[in-house]
Design a protein around this ligand. Structure first.
Ligand code: HEM
Length: 421
């Protein structure tokens, strides 16, 4: 690892010239680099980020990540905005991209107001009330796969469970599931500038426009015919707005919940189950004692964090563990590294479903703490219980070699092949 002292304009900060977070080696197992950084360069600079031409400062230790998450005045979310205005050709159908203003890219009072609307439906009672519906979806999925002796957990269980749950909360029609997958993946492609060919970009924008029109229709329907779902609760919490402004606020909120809650939960369950099944003795403990399930879920979230890093922009020069990060810098808070910090979690590399005081940062902390955390945990708990009940002999397929999609923010497993007797 190269830790020379200077990069373009950066002094007093270890410079990791050869750090490539999206190399196959780092995607497969970023933990050796994170462990090295926590020990030798808890704040480091490297050239690669998701913004071409812009390097990043990374913060690796739990204590520093936590402090940055809490200091939203210095570590701003607002610098993370994606392009807001769609091309002229579709603007009469979609006046703004649905991601142009979301809680994830706002600070201060503006953020508080958007978050109030999103949080309105997430009461402990409403999440508890979903238990029956989520359990029924999971039961159906688990039974569907029992005919053989193998499955791909990612596509057979995790994605349909996550999509089914979001759909249940927002009252989305089941017959549009295939459209949803298409819409969400087009939105990610446009947000992430993942496409290069002009025709592919045009096609993706057309698909996002369809998605937008669907959400407008859904919002109008719920304003006219409120129900007992999360979208109707958000409709009630925007009663002081009207007309187009209200529609746009609600479309942004629906979009945020779908995008923040769909792939995250599916992947967190997949990564977590992989970790658990890599420790078959702990699977056996769960088979004997289901009261261990909630602790197992927390450990599955901590040990291999789905969110690898969160991006922030500094609003002033700030010192972190002796390194001054200049104002206007792009900073990543290495959530996955902070979850493996021995100073915060004794023997942090060990997967242990009995771990106590498991205050991991998988859902962030502070003002932007994950709105959907109770729902994600409910899903993971019901998934695990159903897998234990239906597949007591479940194990990783012999030929399983973890492979990840190239993504700088999240760990995204391509497949999780499982087998049973
Ligand atoms: C295991 C699955 C999940 C993980 C690991 C996860 C992780 C996170 C993290 C780390 C943040 C903080 C972002 C930041 O500080 O910039 C966050 C925020 C958020 N999450 Fe989740 N999430 C999950 C599931 C969900 C679900 C199911 C929903 C909704 C249905 C959801 C909705 C949100 C929203 C709306 C925010 C933004 C909150 C804000 O900026 O104030 N998440 N999530």
């Amino acid at each position: 690892m190269n830790d020379t002292e200077s990069a373009a304009g950066v002094t007093g900060c270890p410079y990791l010239a050869d750090y490539q977070p999206m190399s196959p080696q780092e995607l497969n197992d970023p933990n050796p680099t994170y462990a090295w950084a926590r020990e030798n360069a808890p704040v480091f600079y490297s050239d690669v980020s998701h913004t071409p031409g812009k390097g990043i400062w990374s913060i690796a230790r739990n204590e520093d990540v936590l402090a940055a998450l809490r200091d939203t005045e210095t570590f701003s979310n607002a610098g993370q905005r994606s392009p807001a205005t769609p091309p002229e050709s579709v603007r009469h159908r979609m006046p703004e991209y649905p991601w142009s203003t979301t809680v994830l890219t706002q600070d201060g009072a503006e953020h508080k107001e958007s978050r109030r609307i999103l949080q309105a439906p997430f009461t402990p009672r409403s999440v508890k009330a979903l238990e029956g519906a989520v359990s029924a979806i999971m039961g159906r999925l688990a039974r569907q796969t029992t005919h053989g002796h193998s499955m791909d957990f990612v596509s057979d269980i995790a994605f349909p469970l996550s999509l089914g749950t979001i759909s249940e909360t927002l009252g989305l029609p089941e017959d549009r599931f295939e459209d949803f997958k298409r819409w969400v993946s087009a939105a990610f492609a446009v947000i992430g500038n993942a496409l290069t060919e002009e025709s592919a970009i045009e096609q993706a924008i057309e698909t996002v426009t369809e998605f937008y029109e669907f959400m407008v229709e859904l919002v109008h329907d719920r304003i006219a015919n409120p129900r007992e779902d999360y979208l109707s609760a958000m409709v009630r919490s925007t009663a002081d707005e009207d007309g187009d402004e209200r529609t746009i606020t609600l479309v942004r909120s629906v979009f945020t919940l779908i995008v923040a809650g769909f792939e995250t939960t599916a992947q967190a369950m997949s990564l977590g189950l992989w970790q658990l099944l890599s420790h078959p003795e702990q699977w056996q403990m769960l088979l004997r004692d289901r009261s261990l399930v909630p602790g197992a879920v927390e450990e599955m979230l901590r040990h291999r964090s789905m969110i690898q890093r969160l991006f922030r922009t500094t609003t002033r020069d700030v010192e972190v563990t002796g390194v001054v990060i200049p104002k206007g810098s792009l900073v990543t808070l290495l959530i996955a590294s902070s979850n493996r910090d021995n100073l915060a979690y004794p023997d942090a590399d060990t997967f242990d479903i009995h771990r106590r005081h498991n205050t991991h940062l998988a859902f962030g902390k502070g003002a932007h703490f994950c709105v959907g955390a109770p729902l994600a945990k409910l899903e993971a708990k019901l998934m695990l219980q159903a897998m234990l009940d239906t597949y007591p002999t479940l194990r990783l397929a012999d030929d399983f070699r973890p492979e990840f999609f190239p993504d700088i923010r999240m760990a995204i497993l391509r497949r999780l092949p499982l087998t049973w007797d």
